[in-house]
Design a protein around this ligand. Structure first.
Ligand SMILES: NC(=O)c1ccc[n+]([C@@H]2O[C@H](COP(=O)([O-])OP(=O)(O)OC[C@H]3O[C@@H](n4cnc5c(N)ncnc54)[C@H](OP(=O)(O)O)[C@@H]3O)[C@@H](O)[C@H]2O)c1
Length: 249
């Protein structure tokens, strides 16, 4: 049995909480947050806003905003056991405490979405083997994919994740606005979005690229540029150039 404490009441804390409650091997001893409103969605018997009253634990998962990890970890004590943050971008040393670790789940989490942890890679790091094994035991209850990764590699993984998640999502937003202006439904793009994602699961992205930039079809590129806002023209030109550069490497 692992005694576990959770810190944070945001997107990830919410999903971890929901999953942990179903695990017989985990005893959730407390949830620490600073916001009574968001804490209200957790069991009232477990929540506290005072770090001093957070019960002792073997492992404390700190799922707070990246820039708050350091300050929050300083408020925790030795009785809170191994302190593990969940950030892809922050190093192990963001934790101020005797025993520090990282468990970064590589997925996008929103409170409004259902999450199945089972296939989500968890990237783990700890200072000593004993702590790593504790973290691995916990994460192994949530997922089938645990990966050992140091802070430097995790930073690059997080960078890559920003490209495939946040940047791609922003491009969906651009497409959404273009269609909305013409009163066309976004769901016409759903099969294309799915097939594009599926294709890169077993192919190198450049090998499955299609479209006017790849073909060097300047007539179509010019036609597209002529019907866009100045901001979108800039984005389109940048991405067209990036596709063409990738094809030449
Ligand atoms: N969401 C994701 O997709 C995702 C994926 C992988 C890893 N992560 C990592 O998980 C961590 C949490 O992310 P999230 O998406 O759950 O964030 P979030 O939804 O924005 O929640 C952040 C939590 O941190 C708390 N917080 C912020 N500043 C604080 C401070 N100074 N002192 C105490 N608490 C503070 C917030 O409290 P208030 O409610 O009072 O603001 C909230 O409970 C981050 O390190 C993030 O990089 C997130």
């Amino acid at each position: 049995m692992i005694k576990l404490a959770l810190v944070g009441s945001g997107n990830l804390a919410h999903h971890l909480y929901e999953s942990i409650l179903n695990l017989e091997e985990i005893q959730l001893v407390g949830v620490l947050g600073r916001n009574p409103e968001t804490l209200a969605s957790f069991d009232a018997d477990l929540t506290t806003t005072d770090p001093k009253t957070l019960p002792a634990a073997d492992l404390t998962i700190i799922a707070v905003s990246d820039d708050a990890i350091e300050a929050v970890s300083k408020k925790l004590q030795e009785k809170h056991g191994l302190l593990a943050h969940t950030s892809g971008a922050q190093t192990l040393n963001a934790i101020k405490g005797k025993r520090k670790a990282v468990c970064y789940p590589l997925q996008t989490f929103s409170k409004t979405r259902t999450v199945v942890f089972e296939s989500i890679p968890f990237c783990l790091e700890a200072e000593c083997e004993e702590d790593y094994e504790l973290l691995e035991r916990f994460c192994g209850l949530l997922t089938t994919r645990v990966v050992r990764m140091n802070s430097k590699d995790r930073k690059y993984l997080h960078l890559a994740a920003v490209y495939v998640n946040n940047f791609v999502n922003q491009l969906y937003q651009t497409a959404h606005e273009i269609l909305e202006d013409r009163e066309l439904p976004f769901d016409l793009l759903h099969p294309l979005i799915l097939e594009t994602a599926k294709k890169v699961m077993d192919n190198r992205p450049t090998e499955v690229q299609t479209g006017p930039a790849k073909r060097g079809d300047q007539g179509i590129i010019d036609a597209h540029l002529s019907i866009q806002s100045e901001a979108n023209k800039e984005l389109y030109t940048l991405l067209t150039q990036a596709i063409q550069n990738s094809q030449n490497t």
